[in-house]
Design a binder for this molecule. Structure first.
Ligand SMILES: Nc1nc2c(ncn2[C@@H]2O[C@H](COP(=O)(O)OP(=O)(O)OP(=O)(O)O)[C@@H](O)[C@H]2O)c(=O)[nH]1
Ligand SMILES: [Mg+2]
Length: 305
């Protein structure tokens, strides 16, 4: 049941990525030969879906070794699926909670990647699992940022800690930790800025928020989730590299999977950074966040409409 629901959400969101993957396998749905033309086409499709050069080369080479000049059918499709599946992790357990006290989930990412929207979706999901959730509006750089988060949390009936524009984000984080402890919240989700005066400022600020929450709550932040816009494809991979230099990320929320043909970036991020995608954003509505399921993801890539 759960798999079915997740699967239909993922499948819907992957419509564009699937259109890139799809065509080449039509060649194999009947009987066909794995010749150079087929291998070239496979390479092109994987590349277009932003699977990444390294992962693409590995898969194409394995198909070449296993099937070159052979008359084949569906078994090549199964083989490619298995190769793609192997590039991803085992199904994630979602958020890793602190053994006692509040679990702090820090959210980072460049401006416009989908942080604030993903926080609202995540808060709603965790509330649905019975958690008492608090959010901290630590993007104090833009006035609209606090307002946007306030609107979202009032819609889902969750509490927020905020201060005025240009307040010290670390002070907001500090207050939020105090409140989370005193009022026994299960989860504190921290929104952060995506843009500051410079990239260096941004990274320093993240480091500072990280330090403050670590001082306040043992083991915090328990998760640092990087929000990446799937439509950025290989750029998303570069962003992940950049952020990982300042704060140790524990996983990815891949947003906007619904609007892109570059869903293959999931493979490149895993291969290059070893970071697992924990959730995917599949639309702009509050319920449009799904736990990432590698099996459902790979299967959905090849589904017919
Ligand atoms: N289609 C689609 N749109 C999304 C998704 N997630 C976020 N968006 C949209 O992306 C835009 C930016 O989202 P925000 O959540 O404001 O992004 P942010 O990272 O908080 O941006 P800054 O606060 O400027 O750094 C909004 O218009 C969202 O509705 C998604 O999964 N699918
Ligand atoms: Mg925001």
């Amino acid at each position: 049941m759960v798999f079915g629901r997740i699967f239909s959400g993922i499948k819907r969101s992957l419509a564009k990525t699937r259109s890139v993957f799809g065509g080449v396998f039509d060649l194999l749905r009947g009987k066909g030969k794995v010749d150079q033309a087929f291998l070239d086409e496979l390479e092109k499709r994987l590349y277009l879906a932003d699977v990444g050069t390294h992962a693409t080369a590995t898969i194409v080479e394995r198909v070449r070794q296993g099937y070159r000049d052979k008359e084949v059918g569906e078994e090549v499709l199964a083989f490619v699926k298995e190769q793609l599946r192997d590039l991803l992790t085992t199904p994630t357990e979602g958020i890793l909670y602190a053994p006692t006290g509040p679990t702090v989930v820090m959210i980072a990412g460049v401006n416009g990647s989908g942080k604030t929207t993903s926080i609202a979706k995540l808060a709603k999901r965790l509330q649905g699992e019975g958690k008492k959730v608090l959010v901290a509006a630590c993007d104090t750089f833009r006035a609209a940022a606090v307002e946007q988060l306030t609107i979202w949390v009032s819609r889902i009936g969750c509490e927020i800690v905020k201060q005025g524009q240009n307040a010290d984000p670390a002070a907001v984080a500090h207050d939020a930790c105090e409140k989370a402890k005193a009022r026994h919240f299960d989860v504190l989700i921290v929104d952060t800025a995506g843009r500051l005066h410079t990239q260096t400022h941004l990274m320093r600020e993240l480091e500072k928020i990280h330090r403050i929450v670590a001082k306040q709550i043992p083991g915090a932040p328990h998760e640092v989730l990087l929000v990446l816009d799937a439509s950025n494809g290989q750029n998303a991979v570069a962003q992940a590299e950049q952020f990982s230099k300042s704060v140790k990320c524990s996983g990815i929320i891949l947003s906007k999977l619904d609007g892109t043909a570059k869903g293959g970036a999931v493979f490149a991020i895993k291969q290059k950074l070893g970071l697992a995608v924990k959730f995917v954003g599949v639309g702009e509505q509050i319920e449009d966040l799904e736990p990432f399921d590698p099996d459902a993801f790979v299967q959905a890539l090849f589904e017919k409409e």
